[in-house]
Ligand binder design. Structure first.
Ligand SMILES: C[S@@+](CC[C@H](N)C(=O)[O-])C[C@H]1O[C@@H](n2cnc3c(N)ncnc32)[C@H](O)[C@@H]1O
Length: 289
């Protein structure tokens, strides 16, 4: 990530060639300008362009105001234990966050649980379970649909089970003090993540939910759905997790007549971000799911 490279890339679309990086406030103004320029009647391409520009803006902001650094010693232990990530599977909507983000997420859980409790990690290509195990005496269970993820976690000493969360056995109902998940962006599947989480949480249970309305169009609808399931939104940790992006297709470039190479260069320097939403189960949840 480099302010100079990002400034040049954004400048290129505006016919500028900045010799020094833009001030963050100027950078944001330029993004606003580009958001107005790159919109069309094609909602999908407009959404993808908006997503790209907003994530670029957040990456720039985070260069000047980084997310809180996790504990250095624990991060080092986490890195020492971490085995190479399995290749991301598109079939299972995978996309890992970086290790500092996994630990930052685990630290948010630890702050509220205080070192004990039964925790379910629903889908864990981020190894959040491993990060949390370094912080306290938790009973951690992981489920994931992808056997490679479960084998990878097992190689680091974390127990898990290959399980599709849409087919959870009844034994999971109301068993956990906390559920942690980074759900799929697909709204229907994310809705299944939400239902499974609510089912698994015991009374007053905590849900730690990673999402961002700038890359998931359904994010706010899902939060509203969570409210109807009896989950109260208590906190939002903004731009908490950082993912390495990948270019999916060149169609947005063609649509807006931007050189495809521009997107390819951008993904080398920009990142994708998600918030951590912290919700808590209230009494209403039981009847309504
Ligand atoms: C959904 S992915 C994270 C996606 C990330 N938010 C993104 O959009 O790049 C998180 C984990 O959920 C797992 N997963 C996906 N579908 C699942 C399912 N139906 N049941 C259990 N785990 C699932 C994946 O294998 C992965 O390890």
């Amino acid at each position: 990530m480099s302010a100079g490279e990002l400034s040049k890339l954004v400048g290129q679309l505006l016919g500028e060639n900045p010799s020094v990086p833009y001030l963050p406030s100027d950078f944001s103004q330029k993004i606003e300008h580009l958001l107005l320029r790159y919109r069309s009647s094609d909602e999908e391409e407009t959404f993808f362009m908006r997503y790209t520009l907003r994530m670029t803006e957040i990456t720039y902001e985070r260069l000047f105001r980084p997310a809180p650094a996790p504990d250095e010693k624990v991060l080092q232990r986490f890195l020492d234990l971490l085995q190479p990530y399995p290749e991301a599977s598109l079939e299972y909507s995978q996309g890992s966050v970086d290790p500092a983000s996994s630990l930052r997420r685990a630290e948010s859980v630890h702050r509220l649980l205080g070192g004990r409790g039964r925790v379910l990690v629903m889908g864990d290509d981020d190894a959040t379970s491993l990060a949390l195990s370094l912080l306290g005496d938790y009973e951690i269970e992981v489920i994931d649909i992808d056997p490679r993820i479960i084998e990878w976690l097992a190689s680091m000493g974390v127990k898990g089970r290959v399980q599709d969360l849409r087919l959870l056995p009844d034994s999971y109902a109301e068993r956990f003090e906390a559920v942690i998940t980074d759900p799929a962006a697909d709204q229907e599947l994310a809705g299944e993540f939400l239902k499974a989480a609510v089912t698994c949480l015991g009374p007053d249970g905590w849900l730690f939910w990673a999402d961002h309305p700038d890359w998931n169009q359904g994010a706010l609808t899902l939060l509203e759905q969570a409210r109807t399931f009896g989950l109260e939104l208590l906190e939002r940790q903004p731009n908490w997790h950082c993912y390495v992006p990948h270019v999916i297709s060149d169609s947005t470039a063609r649509h807006f007549q931007i050189p495809a190479e521009w997107f390819h260069k951008l993904v080398q320097h920009a990142r994708v971000w998600s918030h951590l939403y912290i919700l808590r189960k209230t009494e209403r949840s039981h009847q309504e799911v």
